[in-house]
Ligand binder design. Sequence first.
Ligand code: PHE
Length: 459
Amino acid sequence: MTHNTLGWSSRWMFVLAATGSAVGLGNIWRFPYVTGENGGGAFVVVYLICVLLVGLPVMIGEILLGRWGGGSPVNAIKKVASKEGLSKKWRFLGLMGVAAGFLILSFYSVIAGWSLAYTKMFLVDYSNFESVEKNQEIFSVLTESAGLMLFWHTFFMLITGIVVAKGIKDGLENAVKYLMPILFLMLALLVLYASVAGNFSSAILYLFKPNFEAFETKSLLAALGQAFFSLSLGMGSIMAYGAYLSPKTPILSNGLIIALADTVVALMAGLAIFPIVFAHGMEPSQGPGLVFVSLAAGFSNMPFGQVFGFFFFLLLSIAAWTSSISLLEPAVGWIKERNKWSRPKSCIVAGGIAWIFGIGSILSFNHGQDVKILGLNFFEFCEFLSTSVMLPLGGLLIAILVGWKLNKARVFKQLDLSVEGKTTNLIFSSMRFLAPIGVFCILLESCGLLKYLTTKFGF
Ligand code: PHE
């Protein structure tokens, strides 16, 4: 039995689900604050280059591996490697993906929990949001209360687990079919609202006028990590969804649509958030609290703020939900195949592990603030390790596997392409050269090694 027989009901369901995976906290919560921390426009330019030159080839590689291997990422990679006579060790790439998935899901669910808490507060306790100071206080009360955060984290993990436990057709397709169109509509409305009620011109300048003086080399890694995180690459999410694709679906155009939709949503989120942040003279560079403190305060000072604030946080929660499903799926698939367990049982175990790790992230905002690993608290450490190390490393290995290790003619056949065409060669060349070299250099740079080597060899 292959996965394909129980696969997507249509190609568009795959595109919708993969876009649902890509569009999430990464676009709406993380992209604006990482852009803010890295100086604005110049970061956006580098981010777009990373998406095009590195993200897109890796996305295509992941879909290809998933469809070709037809199983959870660990087994898909194992199968393709064995068909092609490669080392069995390649399955560690899949295992690293499963580990990255646990790490990301653990803190992801905590932040999604904040979003749920804000949705509820905008609906029922709106009078509390009168001033910026009060907003700051609300955010502090939430993050200082481990119990409250645990409640929302648990709730979010449960709704994620339920969808994954139901499986592809009943769970995932049903969820994305309704949630994704709602999400796009709400975001478009919010941009419209921000353009009328906020400081739209400053936001456009901030996002699209590159100021390379504010750009530091460390921002390169931030942009690359953000591209991987936002496109759901490097850990097998897209690969897991690719496993349910029919062999007839085109891979290139699917990858392109997903990457494009994700990028458009990130930019739209910027255009919904920054006008409101700037209209109230607030700082764009204040980190993970940006949408929860500044934006929430902004809404509360604007006409119809309650309605739009409520919709914003609902949107954020839905986007997070369709992404967290894809964070859990690779691990559930692997546990299920390995132990021959049922889907629900595998879900409880995988979701349970991520839930326990999440408690570490919860505590790093309050009782465990001072516990540091490499100078970072537990939440920051999980975020850094997964986003800036494991995802780029996973992407690098995927590009090497597909670009160099697999038989070129068979890869092209999988992509349904002739070896000649110009576009194909372009994409394949970036899979072979640009993507691995780019990721490798940025990883070296972030360890300070590139600087050492360039001074040592006098470049
Ligand atoms: N892409 C998701 C987001 O932007 C997060 C994610 C990362 C999902 C990795 C799956 C895999 O929120």
